[in-house]
Ligand binder design. Structure first.
Ligand code: ACO
Ligand code: HSE
Length: 400
């Protein structure tokens, strides 16, 4: 198994690895490349039912990882902690939740910092171009290996939302429901423009060395600048005014200190080449790709879909989710649509959990009533075991 080389990769005890492509079963990519070795890092929560019919796939955003929630009280909190766990919208007493690091990432799944089998050196820019569709195909292979032939739900925000809608289009019949948050049906020219400048910040840093910087510090300044630009697009005028105003410290505006801090954090935890490849995958995202039209792609969906926008999102503004939801409805897809009234901008889907929680719970209870996802006897068993685990604390019930 070829394991990711990136030094910021943090091993977690609950992390599992699966080999989803081998020389005998390589992964052909949408843009024409091919990978003969693909390892996927993933984490799971809850119990897989006997019928393997209670599975939720959570898809992460651009710089996320396979750790959306803690596994126990000693574990580190995850990026969707308030949404996953006993009694939470993605209720782990009922569902088996899987989250995998994406293809092209740097948190355990094969990406540009992984070793290229032919040379034994990190791929760097020799890594093939990847798309959201490829990420989803890799997840499908992971599910095949795990013996999972059906998803109750696929859910994600931003790039995770793109994966969710891609799943619903590419694998109709496999997915009962999809929740698409703060994601468009295709990347707008404006979003591509942001990504272009982010990539330039990395590639114009002399330490980038055409991507062959492994073993040296790498393009720290370029990646930090790229992340600073990204952070601007993930927030809003209101959230910045509220958090920083025009206050200064150490000769800089606080917003400048904040962007510096976020840039430094990014350099420690993320591989610059992964950033380049994943931004490109965002640019290329168009749900119509590979189908006769955008509408024809959406017409393939037979999952029930919830599309959610964030009111202050300047990256993928809510009118883009509205357009997607309308197009789905016109294509005959059962589609619910909601906007969360959040001041936090695009990253509202990682912050305003109190707004997301009821929307997700209501949709899940509506389209996945208990009997449809888990035989009732098994559900009672899950409930009983979770009550025991929680020291018989009362767990809020879901409507049956
Ligand atoms: C699905 C995913 O991919 S998410 C998982 C990936 N993680 C990230 O993307 C981390 C990058 N961070 C983020 O995107 C955001 O922090 C979020 C969306 C996760 C959370 O947002 P918020 O809770 O509003 O946090 P905020 O953006 O204000 O940042 C807080 C951090 O900035 C620091 N900060 C705040 N103000 C300043 C300032 N003036 N100067 C310097 N640092 C500051 C805080 O100390 C805090 O640091 P910490 O993260 O080390 O504790
Ligand atoms: N801030 C999140 C969302 C970006 O879409 C991330 O870095 O993954």
């Amino acid at each position: 198994m070829v394991v990711t080389f990136f030094p910021g990769f943090r091993w977690r005890p609950q992390l599992k690895l699966a080999q989803v492509a081998t020389p005998e079963q390589p992964l052909d990519l949408v843009q024409g490349g091919c990978l003969e070795q693909v390892t996927v890092a993933y984490e799971t929560y809850g119990q897989l039912s006997e019928g393997h019919d209670n599975v939720i796939l959570v898809a992460h955003a651009l710089t996320g990882d396979s750790h959306p929630a803690a596994h126990d009280q000693y574990d580190e909190q995850g990026w969707w902690e308030p949404l996953i766990g006993p009694g939470r919208p993605l209720d782990t007493t009922r569902f088996f939740v899987i989250c995998a690091n994406v293809l092209g990432g740097c948190q355990g799944t094969t990406g540009p910092s992984s070793l290229e089998p032919a040379t034994g050196k990190p791929y760097g820019m020799r890594f093939p171009e990847i798309t959201v569709k490829d990420m989803v195909r890799v997840q499908k292979r992971l599910l095949d290996i795990l013996g999972i032939e059906h998803l109750s739900l696929v859910v994600g925000g931003s790039m995770g939302g793109m994966q969710a809608v891609q799943w619903a289009v590419d694998y109709p019949g496999f997915v009962d429901a999809a929740i698409v948050i703060a994601a468009p049906g295709y990347s707008s020219p404006q979003a591509i423009a942001y990504n272009r400048v982010g990539r330039q910040a990395v590639t114009l840093d002399p330490a980038w060395q055409n991507g062959d910087y492994y073993g040296s510090p790498g393009p720290k300044q370029g990646l930090a600048a790229a992340r600073a630009l990204g952070m601007i697009t993930y927030q809003s005028e209101l959230s910045m005014a509220y958090k920083f105003g025009r206050r200064t410290r150490a000769g800089q505006f606080e917003i400048e200190n904040y962007l510096d801090y976020q840039g430094e954090g990014m350099v420690k935890r993320f591989d610059a080449n992964s950033y380049l490849y994943l931004l490109r995958a965002l640019d290329l995202f168009d749900i119509g790709t590979g189908y006769s039209s955008y509408e024809a792609a959406l017409a393939r969906i037979d999952a029930r879909v919830l599309v959610v926008g964030v009111s202050s999102d300047i990256l993928y503004p809510p009118h883009q989710q509205e357009e997607l939801a309308k197009a789905m409805r016109q294509a005959g897809v059962y589609t619910d649509f909601a906007i969360i009234d959040s001041p936090h901008g695009h990253d509202g889907f990682l912050i305003d959990f109190h707004l997301l929680r009821p929307i997700l719970t209501n949709f899940i209870n509506k389209v996945l009533p208990v009997s449809a996802a888990v035989p009732i006897r098994q559900w009672i068993k899950f409930r009983a075991s979770s009550m025991a685990y929680l020291g018989a604390r009362l767990v809020p019930d879901v409507s049956v």
